[in-house]
Design a protein around this ligand. Structure first.
Ligand code: SAM
Length: 217
């Protein structure tokens, strides 16, 4: 997988100066270097553009890398709500969103994502695109909220769904979140309200189209 990702990155060059600055700010603030891979960032931008999504929810902001990739998809017309448990990370993320030209178009909600999601559901918010990229043990719970908060035909995307290849390679050692991700993938694949696939870019993303109130073909 690493070879494939290195090849894609070397040819398609998905990181630009602005995104490189975000990664630098993450290093300088001693934050974990676990932003989405540049290839995945590019896919996020393209999916938002293709789906013409305008109202986006992200679970897991870190330093704002994926948030910027998502916001680039809607340009000047749209809004990103990003959930983050760590107050310091939220600050870095906010600064990076502003530096990338999205001042006033992003809201970072600090707190446990499950609490914030409950609040968003109670306030009857709904979204065109939901990106899941926080603590893996809660992925199945995040999926339940995502389906509830999704507009008809929304997209739901989740990162790290290969769990460092451990979901399919039993010889690999680091199995911290293998089971949680396997359960998530199986739930996504069989969900009656989702049409889904897995794209093996970066650490893998699932891409699901919500098929609420719609006959499946
Ligand atoms: N999406 C980010 C990007 O690519 O730029 C990376 C997100 S990082 C993989 C996961 C983030 O989720 C971390 O910033 C972490 O603090 C946050 N997080 C972890 N558990 C959380 C929780 N229970 N509620 C909200 N945020 C959480």
């Amino acid at each position: 997988m690493k070879q494939v990702n290195d090849y894609i990155q070397s040819v398609f060059q998905p990181n630009d100066d602005e995104l490189t600055e975000v990664l630098k700010s993450i290093r300088e603030n001693n934050m974990p270097e676990i932003s989405v891979s540049p290839n995945v960032g590019k896919i996020l931008t393209m999916l938002v553009k293709i789906s013409r999504s305008k109202n986006i929810l992200e679970i897991g902001a870190l330093g704002g890398y994926s948030g910027i990739c998502l916001a680039r998809g809607f340009g000047k017309e749209g809004h990103l709500t990003s959930l983050e448990v760590n107050e310091d990370f939220a600050q870095v993320s906010k600064q990076n969103h502003i530096r990338a030209g999205f001042e006033g178009q992003t809201t970072i909600m600090v707190g446990e994502a499950l609490d914030t999601l409950k609040h968003l559901r109670e306030s009857e918010n709904s979204y065109d695109f939901i990106f899941i990229d926080a603590d893996k043990k809660n992925y199945v719970n995040y999926l339940d909220y995502a389906v509830e908060l999704a507009n008809p035909q929304a997209l739901i995307v989740a990162d790290n769904v290969l769990a460092g290849d451990t979901v399919f390679n039993a010889d690999l050692e680091d199995k911290r979140y293998t089971e949680a991700i396997r359960q998530f993938n199986e739930k996504v694949a069989s969900h009656p309200q989702l049409e889904s696939t897995l794209i093996p870019s970066g650490d893998g993303i699932t891409v699901s189209r919500v098929v609420k109130n719609e006959n499946r073909e």
